[in-house]
Design a protein around this ligand. Structure first.
Ligand code: FAD
Length: 396
């Protein structure tokens, strides 16, 4: 069986940045995954990024592969907010420049192998790897509330199940949720000629970007806001420093994390929502098939009969949903509420097994849920791997 030093699973922003930083530190790394696949296939066409320009560069050890460099190379064609298709092109360009040899095969198994790990690929190839970095994103964690578990996907689907929303033209669609995904889906559905209604559990909506002026006050803004763009004034600075964030008591971390990433829509969406019915304080208590339609009962006793229900209900990390992790690994992994407990270098309780992206956010804070965390993640991972004994045992 062949062997390698580090295997990176995932070719989204985290996996690509991790591979680039490892290699820049002289560490041999193999990368697997379909570049930018989640963004290209599981986000709605026509969407724009909620994160701003400065927070949307994929971390690069040379600091050369920025959105600005991409725009300058290709012509000035990226608007603000950043359109999804342009961001996907940027990610694919980053991949070609930084990790041109990404292997498109899927990883089907990661299991223990003596002191290291064994990786199995979709075509049956197996190899030993000293370390495995899991950067496979949030796709498998799409959350369906229990009221919808028995409803077929033709009637109630999660937002990640759709690339094109124009198939709902002329249809009545209920959208469950109160965050960016719900609001942007509602705008896109309306623009596609559907009849959306957003059902929001909470009594009010949150918006980000309402105080854009505060970000333009030069050095004063820098005191309160980090260009990582996660969270409001003050919290933004703390979240941008994961090593500091980790030192606070858990209860405080949880509160700050919630405040930083609570459901909220981007302020630039508001004009596009004119004419969309948004019903606040409407919690779903039951859903049932009624012929070809879906009946939704709400806590206030009212009902809706719709052609389709779109669940913009977010993602809940649960490592057992990463089907490639062997059951024996899962049994030994230390987790809290489905998240791995990670130490320096994003290493889990199984030596040599690392997690990046949202699964790392319980240990390193909400920065890790966003593209703006890729620079920190790549640097921290490469630093720790480079200085560990495990990596200096050889490089092949
Ligand atoms: C609608 C929506 C809008 C968002 N908008 C923003 C935004 O504006 N800004 C922002 O920062 N974040 C945004 N996010 C969050 C975004 O999902 C994460 O920031 C980002 O995807 C994290 O990147 P990642 O590399 O962890 O995962 P992903 O980009 O999901 O990449 C996962 C990779 O893993 C690969 N993979 C999975 N399983 C396997 C396997 N078994 N074998 C091999 N490869 C595998 C996939 O092919 C893919 O390459 C948004 C999320 C959603 C759902």
């Amino acid at each position: 069986m062949s062997s390698c030093n580090v295997t990176v699973i995932g070719a989204g922003p985290y996996g690509l940045a991790a591979t680039a930083y490892l290699r820049a530190s002289g560490i041999e790394a193999r990368a697997f995954g379909e570049p930018m696949a989640f963004w290209a296939n599981q986000m709605p066409a026509g969407m724009c990024l909620r994160s701003n320009w400065e927070a949307s560069h994929i971390g690069d050890p040379r600091r050369a592969l920025t959105l600005d460099a991409f725009r300058d190379l290709k012509g000035n064609h990226i608007g603000k907010p950043i359109p999804l298709d342009r961001f996907v092109h940027y990610g694919l360009w980053y991949q070609r420049e930084a990790v041109p040899d990404v292997d498109l095969r899927r990883v089907t198994r990661v299991e223990q192998n003596g002191n290291g790990l064994k990786v199995t690929l979709s075509d049956g190839e197996q190899f030993a790897s000293r370390r495995v970095v899991v950067a496979t994103g949030i796709g498998p964690f799409a959350y369906r509330p229990k009221e919808f578990l028995a409803i077929p996907r033709e009637l109630a689907s999660h937002a990640v199940d759709h690339r094109y929303l124009n198939k709902f033209r002329g249809k009545k669609v209920a959208i469950i949720g109160g965050g960016q995904s719900a609001m942007e889906s509602a705008a896109l559905l309306k623009e596609a000629g559907a009849e959306p209604e957003v059902l929001v559990r909470e009594a009010s909506l949150n918006w980000v970007g309402l105080h854009a002026r505060l970000h333009r006050l030069g050095p004063i803004s820098k005191l309160f806001y980090s260009n990582r763009d996660v969270g409001p004034a003050g919290i933004s600075k703390l979240v941008a420093a994961p090593h500091l964030f980790r030192r606070f008591p858990r209860e405080f971390q949880d509160k700050v994390a919630y405040r930083a990433i609570r459901p909220a829509g981007a302020a630039w969406l508001r004009p596009r929502l004119a004419g969309v019915k948004i019903s606040l304080g409407h919690k779903v208590v039951e859903a049932a098939e009624k012929g070809s339609l879906l009946q939704i009962k709400l806590q206030d006793g009212t009902e809706r009969l719709v052609d389709h229900c779109l669940l913009a209900t977010g993602f809940r990390v649960d490592l057992s949903l990463y089907a490639f992790l062997a059951p024996s690994l899962l049994q030994q992994l230390r987790t809290v509420d489905g998240f791995p407990v990670l130490s320096r270098g994003f290493e889990s309780s199984i030596p040599g097994l690392h997690f990046l992206g949202k699964p790392a956010s319980w240990s390193f804070g909400p920065l890790l849920c966003f593209v703006s965390g890729t620079e920190f993640a790549g640097m921290e991972l490469a630093r720790v791997v480079k200085h560990s004994r495990k990596a200096t045992n050889g490089n092949g």
